[in-house]
Ligand binder design. Structure first.
Ligand code: GLN
Ligand code: ZN
Length: 756
């Protein structure tokens, strides 16, 4: 069997591309130097893939910033405000990616959105009413030739036309208005590829795994029935991933594609679709069987069984990854600090190439069970000890329905808390973090490198905390925070303080453009070693005259921003984390903290792609896990939660069912849709919709904030409204933060006194 990958990481094993791009922005290196680095990275990728004997090696999956942006450029989808800058080459490209401020003009970047159910973010193409979609040339062809020079006839990869049209933003027109133009443009791309000697072209159409309407399907058929007539001698591979294509499968196999890529890992129904409707013998099935998102070694016995089942229905099979390997780090081999036991359990991108190569041989071997490679894989998997913690497991399994419910009910708690906390009407607060100044970072860095003792570190941390408490008191905020100066990242910090997590040195994954994240790995049962935040919160409260908020990260966010285990369910892992956070909340309460905020910044982003699965596969356990974190606290302890977005109108009842007393969320950049939903759903949780945008250095005026508060009060009763910024302030400068918060407090006071 031959092997294929859908795409490969591109940022560089040591994040060379990131640093090179950043250096280019700073003016430290020239465009040429940046392009040389990019070329070296591509050639290293070719070498790795060639060495692993991958048969279908992709080109076009590389990008200097983002694949959706590259596709937009290829199709001439460049909004007028960027064309008007009349910049050249790379600068024109990066203006769309990052915004531009300089001699040529002043424009913001195109917006960014989460790429399906991953933590990657793509640049959203903007199609204006007078946009003409047409083929404008592409770096793809140079990359194809580059591969050819390396002795590879590569498989060019491009975002497919349907996915492109569906993900784009429009003015008055809509996707269907551009079907003709885009089809012609793709036909020209294929023709050019043919002239260069390409045998295959891969069109990525992940949109096919989402809920499709009949008009989406008819658009799909229109585009491809036309395009496939013009494909000449190039074979077209329709590549899907992140799920199954149940809404389109029959139409897909009826069209004259030469290859169809299906995801057998995340696609729950993929195998049954193939079994039910068959797979035409004149097509090649690119079977996505190696998980492109996880970091665990494959179980060959399981995968070979699956391939066997697929083989009963399909004659021509190519073994593939389930999605692009963009979503996993480069290689385990450089991790020198992981325990050997764990290292053996992991496969990142490079190791997955080896797995594909090994599987392709085993799949052709009628007696594979006798082969050394197969035996080694099975032995290796069996040798992994993931460290069961029986007391944690017993605690999870001993949970009763009542453990998830806080009493008394929220309405009663509201009155109790009101009298105990003694907060004014429209209380003001912040989301938790304060600017991470050089001093704040230096203190952590010195301690990490062993340059200062724990005592010295704590002393400094307390001094910094005391300063930020004093600042908040001077500004006149009502519910204070300690500033989070001990945290580098809201998930990593808790992971490092919990049993069960592992940390890598270089396992970076691209999140967008030049930004990478290094997610913790959940390896075994999770428990809290000792109180985590109690000392600093208690200290902060001791130097404050107003209530201090304890600050915790919620279980769903910790889980979603980590690489999870696969030997136990997500529900089990979330529940274990929830119990650890619950212990922390109870300890904070005993230490005299009267408000506890449990952030769930990433709750919404793991909603399954198909709406029908939202509740049964996710919310049904995610919401209870959150409830478990706070159901043990006293009625007078006020529980807050925070979300960095406001598009939760579709799950508004579930958000209310988290049973927090207060929720703060991003609102300044979004429409009032969420406030309307809050009103219409009879939302019980008190709300703090952000009154200014923290993503910009701009200082909002008092008048602006008064206007934002008034807009909130049109919909939310004053006794249930909080006044706060959109999100944490850690990325902001100290000066603008103080000025903004002063205006926020002044605005709240003005509204309270009725002088508006
Ligand atoms: N408490 C965190 C902070 O203020 C919340 C961050 C977030 O929502 N992403 O930084
Ligand atoms: Zn936030």
């Amino acid at each position: 069997m031959r092997t294929s990958i859908i795409g490969y990481p591109r940022i560089g094993g040591n994040r060379e591309l990131k640093f090179s791009i950043e250096n280019y922005f700073k003016g430290n290196i020239s465009a040429r130097e940046l392009l040389v680095t990019a070329k070296q990275l591509r050639s290293a990728r070719f070498e790795k893939q060639k060495k692993s004997a991958i048969d279908f090696i992709p080109v076009g999956d590389f990008s200097l910033y983002d694949g959706a942006l590259d596709t937009a450029v290829t199709l001439g989808v460049i909004p007028k405000r960027y064309r008007d800058l009349t910049l050249d080459g790379l600068d024109a490209y990066f203006a769309m990616a990052k915004g531009y401020q300089g001699a040529a003009g002043d424009v913001k970047a195109l917006s960014m959105r989460k790429w399906f159910n991953t933590n990657y973010h793509y640049i959203v193409p903007e199609i204006e009413d007078d946009t003409v979609i047409a083929f404008r040339g592409s770096a793809l062809f140079d990359e194809f030739s580059e591969a050819k020079d390396a002795g590879i006839i590569a498989k060019p990869v491009l975002m497919g036309p349907l996915t492109f049209l569906k993900l784009a933003k429009y003015e008055n027109k809509q996707a269907s208005d551009f079907v003709k133009q885009i089809t012609i443009a793709y036909a020209e791309i294929i023709a050019r590829l043919e002239s260069l000697g390409a045998e295959w072209a891969q069109f990525d159409e992940p949109i096919l795994v989402t809920d499709l309407t009949t008009s989406d399907i008819s658009m799909f058929k229109r585009i491809y029935s036309d395009l496939l007539k013009r494909k000449g001698n190039v074979k077209v591979l329709l590549q899907t991933f992140f799920g199954d294509i149940r809404d389109a499968y029959e139409d897909v196999i009826a069209l004259p594609f030469d290859g169809v890529g299906l995801d057998f890992v995340e696609g729950k129904e993929t195998l049954s679709l193939v079994e039910r409707y068959g797979f035409p013998s004149d097509k090649t099935l690119f079977a996505g069987v190696i998980n492109g998102k996880n970091i665990w070694r494959d179980d060959y016995a399981k995968t070979l069984n699956l391939l066997n089942a697929v083989g009963r229905k399909a004659d021509n099979i190519v073994i593939s990854t389930s999605c692009s390997l963009l979503h996993v780090p480069y290689t385990v081999s450089v991790e020198s600090k992981l325990p050997e036991n764990a290292k053996n359990a992991f496969a990142f991108a490079e190791e997955k190439l080896t797995e594909l190569a090994e599987l392709s041989k085993l799949a052709d071997d009628s007696d594979y069970a006798a082969s050394e490679v197969f035996k080694a894989n099975q032995a290796r998997r069996q040798s992994i000890k993931q460290g069961a913690d029986l007391s944690v497991q017993a605690r999870v399994h001993g949970l009763k329905a009542g453990d998830y419910t806080r009493s008394p009910e929220r309405k009663k708690r509201f009155d109790i808390q009101k009298s105990v906390l003694n907060l004014p009407l429209l209380p003001t607060t912040t989301i938790g973090s304060f600017p991470q100044t050089d001093e704040v970072r230096a203190n952590r860095a010195k301690f990490r490198k062993g340059e200062i003792t724990k005592e010295r570190y704590d002393e400094r941390l307390q001094a910094l905390t005391a300063d930020v408490v004093k600042l908040q008191e001077e500004i006149g905020l009502d519910a204070l925070v300690h500033g989070e100066f001990e945290r580098n990242d809201m998930v990593e910090y808790f992971g490092e303080n919990l049993n069960g997590f592992l940390f890598t040195q270089s396992a970076w994954v691209q999140s967008y453009g030049t930004r990478c994240v290094k997610p913790p790995i959940i390896f075994s049962d999770i428990s809290r070693r000792a109180p985590i935040t109690v000392k600093i919160s208690k200290y902060a409260q001791s130097v404050a005259s107003k209530p201090m908020k304890g600050m915790l990260t919620g279980p769903i966010t910790i889980l979603n921003w980590s690489f999870p285990r696969e030997d136990v369910s997500d529900k089990e892992q979330a529940t274990q984390i929830a119990l650890a956070i619950r212990d922390e909340a109870l300890d904070l309460e005993s230490a005299g903290i009267r408000i506890i905020q449990i952030d769930e910044a990433a709750l919404r982003e793991k909603l399954p792609l198909r709406k029908a699965d939202w509740r049964s596969e996710y919310l049904e356990w995610a919401i209870p896990a959150f409830r478990l974190t706070h159901s043990g606290v006293k009625p007078e302890t006020q529980i807050h939660t925070h979300m960095c977005y406001s598009e939760f109108q579709d799950i508004i009842h579930e958000i209310d069912a988290m049973d927090a007393d207060v929720i703060t969320f991003e609102a300044s950049r979004s429409s009032l849709a969420i406030l309307t939903a809050i009103k219409e759903s009879g939302f019980e949780t008190a709300v703090g919709p952000g009154v200014y945008d923290i993503h910009s250095a701009r200082v909002p005026s008092e008048d602006e904030i008064v206007a934002a508060i008034k807009a909130i009060l049109e919909i939310v009763p004053a006794e249930k409204a909080w006044i706060n910024p959109d999100c944490g302030l850690k990325t902001r400068g100290a000066t603008e933060t103080a000025l903004s918060l002063k205006n926020l407090v002044a605005a709240a006071k003005r509204v309270r006194s009725g002088k508006i």
